[in-house]
Design a protein around this ligand. Structure first.
Ligand code: UDP
Length: 260
């Protein structure tokens, strides 16, 4: 892994200059893809054609800080195909370090973009995770919005029989799966089962996104989204998140005082 360019945080992970997928930024050792939603979809099209499986993981300051203490988390993130810049903190870090990330790529919006992609290409999708009533409502809302989409199957996130679930997903012929079990549970599940799910080519860990698609949890109002301060809205609505959110300033200070 040779750093390239003027900034310390840019990494070129492979020699293949033609593929933007190999370009990453690195914050405290955690890789982040500087690709936009469209850039990721373009890369996915190529990878799907080539028969490659892809995994998408959302990166935020909380996960980067967790990775400092837990090499397994670091490894899970860095071995994903795409690490999307989900948190405002990642965007700020990129600005501080003269990186190239210009906007957030949130997990929920990435999923929304992939649903459109699946509908356009006729790729069946599978939804796994969240409570039964949440996933049922999310699936109904998705079908309502994307009339042409094939939802090959849904399973709530409290299913215990993993082998039976794998068989069900394989029988469904789904090409994309969205896994909502929270982090790092969903990423561990994906890693454990990637090789057993040969037909599935796109795996995204989506955390609480089904709660949003179902309407159970509301997104922050437009004002907070526009200014990248959804974290403030979530803090006001749920002050017990303060401890988790302290990771944001901790992360930025650490990035500022760390060369790589
Ligand atoms: N969840 C699940 N099975 C579990 C644990 C959690 O399906 O064993 C679901 C939970 O119902 C919720 C989502 O996983 O829908 C977790 O969302 P959260 O916002 O906590 O995830 P984060 O994005 O913060 O990792």
């Amino acid at each position: 892994m040779q750093p390239v360019g003027k900034s310390d945080i840019l990494l070129k992970l492979e020699a293949d200059e033609s593929r933007s997928i190999t370009l990453k930024e690195s914050y405290l050792g955690v890789h982040v893809s500087p690709l936009t939603y469209e850039g990721i979809v373009t890369e996915l099209k190529t990878r799907i054609k080539e028969g490659e499986q892809s995994t998408i993981i959302a990166v935020n300051p909380e996960k980067v800080m967790a990775a400092q203490k837990d090499p397994q988390v670091m490894d899970l993130i860095n071995n994903s195909t795409f690490q999307i810049a989900d948190g405002t903190g990642i965007l700020l870090a990129s600005k501080l370090k003269k990186g190239t990330i210009t906007s957030r790529v949130t997990g929920v919006d990435m999923m929304a973009r992939l649903l459109k992609f699946a509908e356009e290409e006729g790729y069946p999708i599978y939804l796994y995770g969240a409570k039964k009533e949440v996933i049922e409502k999310a699936a109904a809302n998705i079908k309502n919005k994307h009339k042409g989409i094939t939802i090959a199957g849904i399973t709530d996130g409290y299913e215990q029989d993993e082998e039976a679930l794998i068989e069900r997903i394989n029988n469904s012929q789904a090409k994309m799966i969205f896994v909502a079990l929270g982090s790092p549970k969903q990423e561990l599940w994906i890693r454990r089962n990637l090789d057993k799910l040969k037909d599935v080519q796109v795996f995204q860990g989506v955390g609480g996104s089904f709660d949003i698609f179902s309407g159970t949890v509301k997104r922050a109002p437009a004002f907070f989204r526009k200014f990248g301060i959804e974290w403030l809205y979530r803090l006001i609505s749920n002050p017990t998140r303060l401890k988790r959110q302290l990771n944001l300033p901790r992360f930025l200070i650490k990035v500022l005082f760390t060369r790589k």
